[in-house]
Design a protein around this ligand. Structure first.
Ligand code: KIV
Ligand code: ZN
Length: 516
């Protein structure tokens, strides 16, 4: 058995299924490039049949990624497979990942299909996908609650039809490590042609066991793990890539396999995904949390100073914490700026695009002494949002005042469509509250604000504050982000970003529920 563990990243597909985490095509391309630098083996770029936008995003990723295989998800339906095949046409290496549910509850209540029909759909889907690429993956959805004999039957049939990766998903996060690991071992033993395929796992984190279940499967011969940066994903998320990779690396005495991941890129990738999706990373999150390598107690600090190994099992450098991130300042010129952007994988298609970001950089450098990679990424996120056709509402001006013992007030001017509108001064519990009320008085979305969070992009009191706002209306959830050295302005930008997403008429199909 190969000792290479394939890392299949699904941040751009399952990760995007987290409520509010939807990404634009440009954002997906930036994350895909970061995943390529991380040396991920397979990037699942999306579900092309979901909408025209999703199709174009997968196509754009397929066109720029050269080192990783680019994968598209497809239900076991002709149209889904044809859309995936078309979206991946220009990829240097492509994979189609097709799936159908195999648990009794899903077959009966969701699909209304008999087990025989499900096998038929699966085989047909794999055969059709093979017309587009030799690299076809099949998943029996909800395998964690499927009958083992039926799994053996359908998996044997899809291998004969040409599937080369068999992915066993614990769709609802129900599995326990020991039995899940043993299931993988038994499937490998019982399926007569199992040696023709690589076994993979895809675990959800509803009980906090996604990483444990995935690693148990690795111990029983799984040689691909599907995971996401920061554990992003549907509901409680997927197995976190950084945890899988570092567990295998740090405990190579235990796991008889290795990954190809460039671990020093992990933190940068984590920050990029968090910044783009607006899902902050909890400080005590393993590997990528701000406290993951911080030592609070005096005893620990003393030990670490004497010898790092006393309390640390990995080094912060190994996962990219202390990479020299201080890049540019007020006096940096266009060439230095362009070359750092190139190192970050950003290519400007026109001189105008470069000029625009460079201008934003100069404005920021006037306010802030040192510009870090994370600052540059936030400038790109902001510029991309402003350039998108979905930017119907724009912030023109914001004035606010606050003094102890007085009511904070804010007044805003917005460009809505082609017209400028100014709100009267609104009051609020603080200037952020007053500003958001002033904006809402003009845009009148009627949406509820379900999340407001602020984090600092880098250190220091001159750091940019990054604000995430989540709005919900009629069951639709959107996240908006904004960054600025002034958190009131960052909050206004984030609110407007969320409003624009809410106003965009986005129609897409969810791959698993089929809902639009
Ligand atoms: O969780 C799941 O079952 C999935 C499949 C589409 C693989 O995401
Ligand atoms: Zn999933």
């Amino acid at each position: 058995m190969s000792d290479k563990l394939i890392i299949f990243d699904t941040t751009l597909r399952d990760g995007e299924q987290s409520p509010g985490a939807s990404m634009t095509r440009e954002e997906k391309v930036r994350i895909a490039k970061a995943l390529e630098r991380l040396r991920v083996d397979v990037i699942e770029a999306g579900f092309p049949a979901a909408s025209q936008g999703d199709f174009e995003a997968v196509q754009a990723v397929a066109r720029v990624i050269k080192e990783s295989t680019v994968c598209g998800l497809a239900r076991a339906l002709d149209n889904d497979i044809d859309r995936a095949g078309a979206a991946l046409k220009d990829a240097r290496a492509s994979r189609i990942h097709t799936f159908i549910a195999t648990s009794p509850i899903h077959m009966e209540r969701k699909l209304h299909l008999s087990p025989d029909q499900v096998v038929e759909y699966a085989v047909r889907a794999v055969q059709r996908a093979r017309q587009y690429t030799d690299d076809v993956e099949f998943s029996p959805e909800d395998a964690g609650r499927s009958e083992e004999d039926f799994l053996c039957r359908i998996l044997e049939a899809v291998i004969s039809a040409g599937a080369r990766t068999l992915n066993i998903p614990d769709t609802v996060g129900y599995a326990m490590p020991e039995p899940f690991g043993r299931l993988i071992g038994r499937l490998r033993q019982r399926i007569p042609n199992s040696d023709q395929a690589i076994f993979s796992v895809h675990c959800h984190n509803d009980l906090g066991l996604a990483v444990a279940n995935s690693l148990a499967a690795v111990m029983h011969g799984a040689r691909q793990v599907e995971c996401t940066i920061n554990g992003l994903g549907e509901r409680a998320g997927n197995a976190a890539l950084e945890e899988i990779v570092m567990a295998v690396k740090t405990r190579k005495d235990y796991f008889s396999c290795h990954t190809a991941i460039e671990t020093r890129e992990i933190v940068a990738c984590s920050k990029l995904v968090s910044g783009i999706t607006g899902f902050p990373v909890q400080p005590n999150k393993a590997i990528v949390g701000a406290n993951a390598f911080a030592h609070e107690s005096g005893i620990h600090q003393d030990g670490v100073l004497k010898s790092r190994e006393t309390y640390e099992i990995m080094s912060a450098e190994e996962v990219g914490w202390s990479a020299n991130r201080m890049v540019l300042g007020k006096h940096s010129g266009r060439n230095a700026f362009r070359s750092r952007m190139t190192e970050l994988g950003v290519e400007f298609s026109t001189e105008q695009e470069l000029n625009d970001i460079f201008f934003r950089f100069k404005q920021l450098a006037d306010k802030k002494h040192e510009i870090f990679d994370e600052d540059l990424q936030s400038l790109l996120t902001e510029a991309a949002a402003e350039a998108s056709e979905e930017e119907f509402v724009k912030l023109v001006a914001l004035e606010f005042c606050s003094a102890m013992g007085e009511n904070p007030k804010a007044c805003v001017t917005l460009k809505i469509g082609q017209e400028e509108h100014q709100a009267d001064f609104s009051t609020g519990a603080g200037v952020v509250d007053a500003s958001l009320k002033a904006i809402e008085s003009l845009v009148d979305t009627g949406a509820s604000l379900t999340l407001y969070s602020v984090s600092n992009i880098t250190g220091g009191t001159d750091a940019q504050g990054e604000v995430t706002v989540r709005l919900e209306k009629g069951g639709r959830i959107v996240n908006g982000q904004g960054a600025d050295t002034d958190i009131v302005i960052a909050s206004a930008k984030a609110y407007i970003n969320a409003v624009n997403k809410l106003l965009a008429k986005l129609i897409r199909t969810h791959p698993q529920t089929g809902e639009v």
